[in-house]
Design a protein. Structure first.
Length: 317
C-alpha cells in the first residue's frame, strides 16, 4: 500500500506560550495570511484539516479566510477547544483546566456544543472531527463526542506524557489509527510521533525510562539523540527539522507503517506568535520545510494526500 498522510492545523488564537493562559488573548489576525500555507497545500493537492477554536470560529477576521477555502472545496473544518477562551467561562484559568478533559462533564460538553453551534452558524457545517486543546482528552471526552455526533478524534500524541501538568499520558500509545470504542463510533488518528536511530525499535520502552529520574537530569535523552542512537521525532515543521522528519517517515515506512499525520499551529504562519517562527527568516524556513518534506513524501516515497474519512475507509476494508 502507498503511504498516506493527513495534514492537521490547530487553528487558534495568538498568545504568548510562555506566559500562561488569559481569557482576553483572542487575536486571530494571522489568518489573513492563511494562503501562505494553503497555496502550498494546493500545489500538492492536499486537503488540510483546519481544527478551529472559538476565537477563530466567532470572529470574522478568523472565519472568513477559512470559509473561502472551504467553499472552494480545498479544506475540512473541525473543532478544537481551548477552554480558557471558549464560553461558558465557569472554571478557574489555570494549567490543569487548560486540558479540556479535566473539566466536569457538563462544562466540557457545553463548551464543545457552544463551539459547534458557532461553527455551524459561520460555516454552515456541523463538525465531525475533534482535537482537544493541548491533547487534553479526559475520562468523559469520548462519550461527549459520541453524543454530539463526532466521528473522528485527532487528540492522541503518542510517546508523550503530560501528567506532570495534569494532562493525559500517551506514553504507551502508538501512532496507528484505530477505533476508540467497540461500537466503532469514534475513529482515532494520532499525530505521528516516533523514533529514529539505531535503537528505534526499542524506542517506546527505552525512551520512557530515559525520561524519568536521574537519567533525565543527566540529559541522557539529549545525548543519545545527538549521537543518533535514539531520537523522538514529532512529524511537524515546528520543532523538527527536515532531516529528522524524513528519517522518521523513511524508518517507519521500512517498518511497515503506511499512515502518517502531520500537525502544526496556525499562528506559525506569521512571525512572532509561536516559539518556532520568530522572524521572517524563520517563516521562510518553516514554509521551505513543508515544501521539501512534501517533495520527499509524494515524489521519493510515492505517497498520497489523504483525509480522515479516506483513512477510515481503508481501515474498514
Amino acid at each position: 500500500m502507498k503511504p498516506h498522510i493527513v495534514i492537521v492545523i490547530d487553528t487558534e488564537e495568538e498568545f504568548d506560550w510562555n506566559k500562561g493562559f488569559f481569557r482576553e488573548k483572542t487575536g486571530v489576525s494571522h489568518l489573513r495570511f492563511v494562503n501562505r500555507i494553503q497555496s502550498v497545500f494546493n500545489c500538492y493537492n492536499i486537503t488540510p484539516v483546519y481544527l478551529i477554536n472559538y476565537p477563530v470560529a466567532s470572529q470574522p477576521e478568523g472565519y472568513e479566510p477559512l470559509r473561502k477555502i472551504l467553499l472552494q472545496g480545498r479544506c475540512i473544518i473541525g473543532a478544537h477547544i481551548h477552554p480558557w477562551v471558549n464560553p461558558p467561562f465557569e472554571e478557574e484559568v489555570c494549567s490543569y483546566n487548560s486540558f479540556p478533559g479535566n473539566l466536569p462533564f457538563s462544562l466540557e460538553s457545553t463548551k464543545l456544543e457552544v463551539l459547534c453551534e458557532c461553527i455551524e452558524q459561520n460555516f454552515d457545517i456541523r463538525p465531525i472531527i475533534y482535537k482537544a486543546g493541548r491533547y487534553g482528552v479526559g475520562l468523559n471526552t469520548f462519550d461527549i463526542l459520541v453524543k454530539q455526533g463526532f466521528e473522528f478524534d485527532l487528540s492522541y500524541c503518542p510517546h508523550t506524557d503530560y501528567s506532570k501538568e495534569g494532562g493525559p499520558d500517551f506514553t504507551n500509545k502508538t501512532a496507528t489509527p484505530h477505533w476508540i470504542d467497540t461500537e466503532k463510533k469514534i475513529f482515532e488518528i494520532p499525530l505521528t510521533v516516533g523514533f529514529e536511530g539505531i535503537f528505534r525499535t526499542a524506542g517506546p520502552k527505552l525512551y520512557s525510562k530515559l525520561k524519568h529520574g536521574f537519567l533525565e537530569k543527566l540529559h541522557f535523552p539529549g545525548i543519545i539523540s545527538h549521537l543518533r542512537l535514539l531520537n523522538r521525532v514529532v512529524l511537524s515543521p515546528e520543532g523538527s527539522n527536515l532531516k529528522e522528519m524524513v528519517r522518521l517517515v523513511r524508518d517507519q515506512y521500512i517498518d511497515g507503517i503506511r499512515m502518517f499525520s502531520m500537525a502544526f499551529h496556525s499562528p506559525s504562519i506569521e512571525p512572532g506568535h509561536t516559539p518556532y517562527v520568530r522572524s521572517s527568516q524563520d517563516l521562510n524556513d518553516f514554509l521551505s520545510r513543508l515544501q521539501r518534506f512534501f517533495d520527499f513524501f509524494f515524489n521519493d516515497l510515492d505517497g498520497q494526500p489523504s483525509t480522515p474519512e479516506q483513512i477510515r475507509e481503508i481501515y474498514k476494508q
